[in-house]
Design a protein around this ligand. Sequence first.
Ligand SMILES: Nc1nc2c(ncn2[C@@H]2O[C@H](COP(=O)(O)OP(=O)(O)OP(=O)(O)O)[C@@H](O)[C@H]2O)c(=O)[nH]1
Ligand SMILES: [Zn+2]
Length: 378
Amino acid sequence: MLKTDAGVGRVSKAFLGPTDVAHRSCEIAAAELRYGRPIVFRSDRSFAAMALDAASAAGYDRFAEVTEGTHSIYLTPPRATAIGLATTTGALVSLRDASFERACALGYRLDVEKPETWSEAPAELSQLALMSSLALLLPALVVVEIEPDDDAFAGIAQVTPDEMKIASEAEQRFEIVARTIVPLPDLPQSEFIVFRGGLSQRDQIAIVVGDPDLERSVPTRIHSSCITGDLFGSLKCDCGDQLHGALRTMAARGGGVLLYLDHEGRGTGIGAKMRAYGYQSRGLDTIDADAALGFGPDPRRYHAASAMLGVLGISKVDLLTNNPSKAAFLEKAGITVTRRTPVLGEVTGDNRNYLATKARRAGHLLDVASITAALVRK
Ligand SMILES: Nc1nc2c(ncn2[C@@H]2O[C@H](COP(=O)(O)OP(=O)(O)OP(=O)(O)O)[C@@H](O)[C@H]2O)c(=O)[nH]1
Ligand SMILES: [Zn+2]
């Protein structure tokens, strides 16, 4: 039987089907983590957890006290590997007598010594890392295994793996809430279409440039938000150039669609991205900096993109990207990618390493030699 009523008692069938209940559990659990409060993850085994990124020192001390020092920190596989622990499921390191500062150091800081003792984390804790991503928090979690009916955690928000699975279906449900023309410089008439839906996501927009023929392959860009690059023209990345270049390409081809997705920092959030920039200033590349914070190379998911294209009636695209995983996702979601058009920004001394790392380590279709040559020519 599906466990979909964790901790909520009797449920109104008039308003709440199983998907609603599951969806609500996930949203509440994510919100609680963001407020720095614990949640309970109820699988075959039960765990209480709180996210260090949001917890206060006092909240952490209370967790340590209630659990009588039996609490541990869960390190995801990328974080465990970054601090020298060889594991595929992640690591648990005891926090007995460890201060809040020590827990944070183990969880996401640089220059931490490899812990002497640790154990393999139970595989189900990766689901807790997913919950913290949903909450846009670092996946550095203080955890303790508890009895399902543990009084100390009574009334705490609960979530189960079944609920997470059911709720993830909601990621694919989007609807249009508003559409209107917004004049943009040097572009044909452009319409902003606002979409609402998904799991823990803000409203997102599709910008329809000109009058694309939806019967044919539509020039399309899936653009992940980058406040530093798109809005402020940061030189650390090429996002702003790609954004404006893609819109110009669409105009030149008679029209197209740009999906501007709520994906700041490759989906990790602006807080994590700025921490990652700090680590990059100390010599780590974009992937190792994210790994030091506990993230895999690219945690983005593109369900919103395929759902929004579906609502717009677009089934064939000419995708403006250098990132093959965007094309692969769309194909898997049933959208035909007839062609890929590269989108290149200006190569600068500040973004060269970032672009080269994306090519070398993330499989982006960028020519490292020409990136370097472009710089030499300057
Ligand atoms: N975590 C992290 N995110 C970054 C960093 N630099 C840029 N980003 C984010 O990376 C994303 C880049 O998005 P896109 O330009 O759509 O995607 P892409 O994967 O580079 O692929 P293209 O379609 O070829 O541009 C944005 O969400 C940025 O905020 C970084 O150093 N660390
Ligand atoms: Zn950027």
